[in-house]
Design a binder for this molecule. Sequence first.
Ligand code: R7I
Ligand code: MG
Ligand code: MG
Ligand code: MG
Length: 354
Amino acid sequence: MLKFRGCLAGGLVGDCLGSPFEGDIVVPKPALQKFIAKQLEEQTEKLPSFQVFSYTDDTAMTKSIAQSLIEMKKFDPKDMAKRFALEYNKEPKRGYGTNVVDVFAALMLANYEHPFEPAKRQFGGLGSYGNGGAMRCGPVALYGYSMEQNRLIELTRDCARITHSNLLGYNGAILQCLAINQALHIHSPLKGLIDINAFLNGLIEKMSKVETDSERNENNGSERIPTPFTDKLRKVKEILNNELKGTFYSVDKIVAILGNDISALKSVPTAIYAALRGQFPIDGFESNSPFVRTLFFAVSLGGDTDTIASMACSISGAIYGIDAIPRILLKHCESNDVMEKYADDLYRLVRCNN
Ligand code: R7I
Ligand code: MG
Ligand code: MG
Ligand code: MG
C-alpha cells in the first residue's frame, strides 16, 4: 500500500515540480536547489503565499488510466480512449504533445470505435515515438502488480497503443512499467541502498526479450535485431558503476549519452538512471533523501523535465514508499489527495483479484 501510494504520489510530484523548468536547455543547479528548498520549507498551506503547482498532461492522462482501470475493473480500451479524449476536451491547456491531440479528435469522431486505429495514422503511418505512453503508466504497473510478466507487458503495450503505435513509443512504456513493477517488488528500507546492478540486470534481461520478440514480429527475417532500449540500459549500468567508483558524469555528458527530450528512447532510460542516481550524493545539492535527490537530479538535466522527473520519481516512490516523500512537497501539488485515493483503490482491486 505504501509503495502503491509512493508510485502515484511520486509521479505527481515530479510532474508538478518539474514542469516549471520544461524545455529549459540549462537548469542552473543553485536556482534549482533554491526552488526545491523553498518547497521543502515547513509552512502552512493556508498562507496566501503558499504555492500549489498545477499538474500537466502527464498526470491528466495518468488519472484517466487510473479511473478507467478502477471503474471498469479491467482494461477496456474504448473506455480508456474516451476518458483521454474527454479529459483533454475539458482541460486542453495542460501542455499535451503537439500531435497526440489529433488522436483524441479522431477517437471522438469515431465514437471510440476501433480505439487503436487513430494512433496508427500518426506521423505518416509510423505512429508516435513520443514519451506520452510511458509517462502515464504508473497505474498500469499497480494494476498489474501480481500479473504474470507477459500479461503485464501486453497490457502496457495496449494502454500505450491507444495513442502511441510506434514500436519505440510503446516499448518505452513497457520499460517504464517494468521498472516500476520491479521497484514495487523489491524490499527496501526507508533510506537504504538498493542493489543497482541487480535492478538493472533484471530490466536488461526483460527488455532484451521484449525488444527481440517485438522486432521479430514486425520485420520477419531481419538479420540483426535492434535493441535500442536494452543498449541504453547497459549504458545506464556503465555510468552508475563508474560513478559508484568515484568517476562522476556532468549533466552535459549524461544528456549526450542518454538524452532528455520528448521521445521515449531519450527519456525513459534517463528517468531510470535518475531514479537510481538519487541513491548517492549529488554535486551541488544537499539532501539525504534519495527521493528528493532524484527529483533534483531529474530536473537538473533540463529538456522534458516534467516527464523525466515524473517517471523517475514514480520509480523512486515505488522503491521507497510514500513515507519517503516529504509531505510538504506533496502539498505543493494539485490533486495530491486524489492520487493517493487512486493508489488505494488500485491496491484494493489487486487484492480482490488474487
Ligand atoms: O508523446 P506525447 O503524448 O507527448 C508527451 C510530451 C511530454 O513531454 C508531455 O509533458 C508533453 O509536453 O508532451 O505526444 P506526441 O504528440 O505523440 O509526441 C510528442 C512529440 O514527439 C511530437 O509532437 C513530435 O515532435 C515528436 N514525435 C515525432 N516526430 C517525428 N516523427 C513523436 N513521434 C514522432 C515521429 O514519428
Ligand atoms: Mg507534461
Ligand atoms: Mg510540453
Ligand atoms: Mg513533458
